[in-house]
Design a protein. Structure first.
Length: 512
């Protein structure tokens, strides 16, 4: 475990070094803005990440490395968590090392450590639940189900998809002899604990008439996300954790389902199948299943270690010497593959060098939303560009507003990326907080603005002239060839035709 801890520390330092190569990511603006408006819920997420970034900013500041310290730390701790799972499965030194390396090189976990998002803590929470479930079975101590409930409750406050993992565990327990745990009160107390921790967010959703469900329904109706057929969906699963590790996690899956050695944990194999089925049937994005793979990698590493050392453990030293070369060979192959795929999720290359590199890949990078296809870079990189240009053009419009009119002149953005960038980056230009009908900005309302004077981004002049008597085109944000959102038009609108902004506000709701 000391070696694993050293690997984890190296991963943390790696992320800290590279986490300021590009710029702030679209979703990071959303979490930062929500962190400035602490509540028990938001339209597109539970409250844990906004709360944590609120604390982090108070302690570490607003630099890119500071904003991304939590994901860097969480992704690095996942290395230790996965190795602990391997140890509980009965693994020894090589199994722990192999598990740690597979986590280090997995593209999805590298991405999780590079950007602030709800994905960054998700694997930690899922595997925290798995760890306590394993301990409850292995040590025949049902009190661990209480801790399972604590972690699950925190997980629901971080991202709702952990409910699928919990459902998978329940189904897995019911399909195996471990179903007897339901006769013990501790597992029910764990479920009650999870519910009580989640309750404030549940009440928030009830109070606002289930905004997250409305958001998901709108996304489905709009057809925003790319829907994959089963073979392609499975192939993209292999990309998440590096295709070279597929034999390891598939070995782990089959071992959990069929191996006598891991029979007590068979419910985890069923859990994976349930999660895979649910996300595929509901057309979930490919990375929704990513948090589940550390336990499969750990189980696979244990079986592979046993296969290499099995005969040697029975006294056949010659077998040990003949198979021993496999250990360094496996490690070298994994590290080489990880290094080759590293630029996909960590900005170690300049944008120009990345585009050249991406043309050498034997596969196309996943596109999860149809609108992402127009970007030169993959979305997780493209959405780190263009925001400074948008805010700078908005500041030009703001400077055209007479000082005496600024108190009642709001800035309206079309989505949380634009709005969040104005809120965060606009402080350097003296801009006020933005308005928007997108996601939680809609719930924050018109903030007392009358609507008589508005700076509006990214709308058509024709539409704006239906709402205001005087519409002045200010300019278009400077082009950034790598940005997904670029060349955004900015207008100044005066003399509203709709009465007050409070009257218009219900019509601008945009949850999708």
């Amino acid at each position: 475990m000391l070696i694993v801890a050293a690997i984890s520390l190296a991963k943390l330092l790696f992320h800290i070094y590279f986490n300021n190569r590009y710029d702030y990511f679209r979703d990071e603006f959303d979490y930062i803005a929500c962190g400035d408006h602490l509540a028990w819920g938001y339209v597109d997420q539970p409250p844990l990440i906004p709360f944590l970034i609120h604390i982090s900013r108070a302690v570490l500041g607003d630099s890119l490395r500071a904003i991304r310290f939590i994901p860097a730390l969480a992704s690095s701790l996942l290395v230790v968590q996965a190795a602990l799972l391997a140890r509980e499965f009965g693994g020894r030194r090589f199994a722990l090392l192999l598990t740690a390396i597979t986590i280090v090189i997995a593209p999805q976990y590298l991405s999780n450590g590079s950007l602030l998002g709800t994905n960054c803590l998700e694997p930690n929470l899922w595997m925290g639940c798995a760890y306590f479930a394993i301990l409850a079975i292995k040590r025949d101590n049902p009190r661990y189900w209480l801790w399972f409930g604590v972690v699950a409750g925190l997980g629901l406050q971080e991202k709702y998809s952990i409910a699928t993992f919990g459902f998978g565990v329940v189904v897995g327990l019911l399909l195996t002899p471990q179903r007897r745990v339901f006769l013990n009160p501790w597992i029910w107390l764990g479920g009650l604990t999870a519910f009580l921790i989640f309750l404030p967010n549940l009440l928030w959703n009830i109070h606002y008439h289930w905004p997250f469900l409305e958001l998901m329904r709108n996304i489905r109706a709009e057809g925003r996300d790319v829907v994959l057929p089963l073979p392609q969906y499975f192939f993209q699963q292999t990309l998440l954790v590096d295709p070279i590790t597929a034999p390891i996690w598939l070995t782990g899956l089959f071992a959990l389902l069929f191996s006598a050695r891991l029979k007590p944990y068979r419910f985890l194999g069923w859990c994976y199948l349930v999660c895979f089925t649910v996300f595929f049937v509901l057309h979930g994005k490919n990375y929704y299943l990513a948090p589940v793979y550390p336990m499969l990698l750990a189980a696979g590493a244990v079986i592979i270690e046993s296969a290499i050392e099995g005969q040697a453990s029975q006294g056949a030293e010659i077998s040990r010497s003949r198979r021993g070369w496999l250990k360094p060979a496996i490690v070298i192959i994994l590290l080489a593959s990880g290094a080759h795929l590293l630029p996909i999720t960590v900005p170690v290359l300049s944008p120009e060098a990345f585009l050249a590199y991406s043309r050498t890949l034997p596969f196309k990078l996943p596109v999860m939303e149809h609108s992402h296809a127009r970007a030169a870079l993959p979305q997780w990189y493209a959405d780190q560009f263009g925001w400074e240009e948008i805010v700078a053009e908005t500041a030009k419009a703001w400077n055209l507003i007479p000082v005496e009119d600024r108190e009642d002149c709001g800035i309206f953005a079309q989505d949380y990326g634009q709005a969040g960038a104005i809120d965060f980056l606009g402080r350097h230009y003296g801009l006020p907080s933005s308005l928007s009908g997108h996601q939680t900005w809609f719930l924050w309302g018109p903030r007392g603005y009358s609507g008589k004077c508005m700076i509006v981004l990214d709308d058509s002049r024709k539409r704006l002239e239906e709402l205001w008597e005087h519409v002045e085109y200010v300019g278009t944000s400077a082009d950034n060839p790598y940005a997904l959102e670029k060349q955004i038009d900015v207008f100044i609108c005066r003399r509203a035709k709709f009465g007050t902004l409070a009257v218009l506000w219900p019509q601008i709701k945009r949850w999708r």
